[in-house]
Ligand binder design. Structure first.
Ligand code: FMN
Length: 192
């Protein structure tokens, strides 16, 4: 009789443990990485950074905003071998601010803004400077990320910090085009 009671009791305890653990794992899957409101804003001329930005927004459950130039870049504009091409001319002039096609309606609600771009001439493209200057980033965190043909993200964060003096700007990182969701999750968590 005693043995029977013991088996029933042990069974009940095991069932409780199982129920609790199932509940916890279900909750964890649905839990976002942060309570903070996050934005992933990016510029991408040929689609590489765009894919990384989309993946990053997915894992951080962030809103996504594409920084589009009012005048799209043609292949000829992107010819870095040609000193006279639009990108070459723009990037030689640090005060150049290419116009954006549209503005984000309300940036005030975001606490953390990931800013993505392709490395152009070892730094952020000028339209990123246009984007940063267009808003008040006071008290917000900016995390730059980039893709490139091999160069690191360079001094981009310092340039961005200059344009958003009251923001906390992280050094950021150049990410491989095929960066996995898991790697992005780990990296993003360091800044949230
Ligand atoms: C005008 C221009 C300048 C570039 N400068 C660099 C550079 O300095 N270093 C580098 O590694 N890649 C450079 N690249 C390559 C891009 O950073 C790379 O292809 C990037 O992944 C493209 O991203 P996107 O498809 O989002 O535009 C340059 C590309 C262009 C068009």
């Amino acid at each position: 009789m005693k043995k029977g009671l013991f088996i029933v009791f042990t069974g009940l305890v095991l069932m409780c443990i199982l129920a609790v653990s199932v509940g916890v794992s279900t909750k964890a899957e649905g839990t976002s990485m942060t309570e903070k409101k996050v934005l992933v804003a990016y510029f991408s001329a040929t689609g590489v950074t765009k894919k990384v930005a989309e993946r990053l927004a997915k894992v951080t459950k962030a809103d996504l905003f594409e920084i589009k130039p009012a005048k799209p870049y043609t292949d000829a504009d992107l010819d870095w071998m040609n000193e006279q091409s639009r990108s070459s001319v723009e990037m030689k002039d640090k005060s150049c601010r290419p116009e954006m096609a549209s503005k984000l309606k309300d940036i005030s609600k975001y606490e953390v803004v990931f800013v993505g771009f392709p490395v152009w001439w070892y730094r952020e493209p000028s339209i990123i400077d246009t984007f940063i200057e267009a808003y008040d980033f006071s008290g917000k965190t900016i995390v730059p990320f980039a893709t490139s043909g091999g160069s690191p993200i360079g001094d981009s964060w310092e340039n961005i910090q200059e344009l958003a003096p009251n923001a906390k700007v992280f050094r950021g990182k150049c990410l491989p085009a095929n960066v996995t969701e898991d790697s992005l999750k780990t990296w993003a968590a360091e800044h949230l």
